[in-house]
Write a protein that binds this ligand. Structure first.
Ligand code: DHB
Ligand code: FE
Length: 280
């Protein structure tokens, strides 16, 4: 049976891709606050040696547009290419898929009554490609195979936190019953608080973010008390991307040990955070 080694959750700001492309990792804006958070994640990945990453993220209009918007979509492709949906950042290299885990996840989740969209072709946007580049920086090819799990946070209605928790828990159960000796890491990307448009553009909520990060460790169901409108009010229209963190945490089968966390306001318009949680 497969082993879930833990989860890494992080923000996915496109400007990070620009900083990497222009080699600005050592600049004062980026280094102490943002890139310095990652060496601990690299050391942890070296220790736990995952073979596969299940990457829970939200697409921003690249693979899915407003005309067709699945609530939940799972990739089942041999390879996932990155493209830029309009930020002007160069494309990162493609990621290898893991067809066996993709189909196992899809079959398990549909058997558990989740109505998924199955994608045998799937473009991945900055929300997938940039966190993966941060976790496994190039130029060496990314050493893990991947399965993308995409959750709609772009077009209302969005899935509730409770539904996302259940999806994450079902992903965790499916991986545990995968007849394979692979080591699996869950990656969740998005958030934390931010609002890119409208009257509250630039809105951040440090107090809520830090409480959310704290609760995610031992009481992840805490955030399910909030509705989507509550979360928009508390964290901003794009802050609801924290659902990816919740889903990733829910996939961990038991208790967790916090290996590391980092929080910095702002990177671009976003409260940028990173958390490494090890399954115990
Ligand atoms: C920004 C943050 C995001 O999560 C995103 O998807 C796009 C832009 C930002 O802060 O610039
Ligand atoms: Fe985003």
């Amino acid at each position: 049976m497969a082993t879930i080694v833990g989860a890494i959750t992080t923000s996915h700001v496109p400007a990070i891709g620009g900083a990497i492309a222009k080699n600005k990792q050592q600049d004062p804006y980026w280094k102490p606050s943002f890139f310095d958070g990652f060496p601990v994640a690299h050391q942890w990945l070296d220790k736990v040696r995952p073979d596969v990453a299940v990457v829970i993220y939200n697409d921003h209009g690249l693979n899915f547009f407003l005309d067709k918007m699945p609530t939940f979509a799972v990739g089942a492709a041999p390879e996932y290419c990155n493209a830029d949906e309009g930020w002007g950042i160069p494309a990162l290299p493609p990621h290898r898929g893991d067809l066996d885990l993709s189909w196992h996840l899809i079959e398990s989740l549909i058997a558990e009554e989740f109505d998924l969209t199955t994608c045998q072709e799937m473009l991945i946007d900055h929300a997938f490609a940039i966190p993966m580049e941060l976790l496994w920086p190039g130029p060496a090819p990314c050493p893990v195979r991947t399965v993308p799990v995409c959750i709609n946070t772009v077009q209302f209605p969005l899935p509730t936190p409770a539904r996302c928790f259940k999806l994450g828990a079902a992903i965790g159960r499916a991986i545990e019953f995968w007849d394979n000796d692979a080591r699996v890491v869950i990656v969740g990307t998005g958030g934390l608080s931010h609002q890119l448009d409208g009257q509250r553009a630039g809105f951040l909520n440090k107090e809520f973010d830090l409480l959310f990060m704290d609760k995610l460790i031992d009481d992840p169901l805490w955030v399910t008390r909030y509705s989507i409108p509550d979360l928009v009010e508390l964290t901003g229209t794009q802050g609801v991307e924290l659902l990816m963190w919740l889903t990733a945490r829910a996939a961990l089968p038991g208790g967790v040990n916090k290996v590391h966390s980092n929080y910095h306001i702002p990177i671009s318009n976003t409260a940028a955070a990173l958390m490494v949680l090890e399954s115990v």
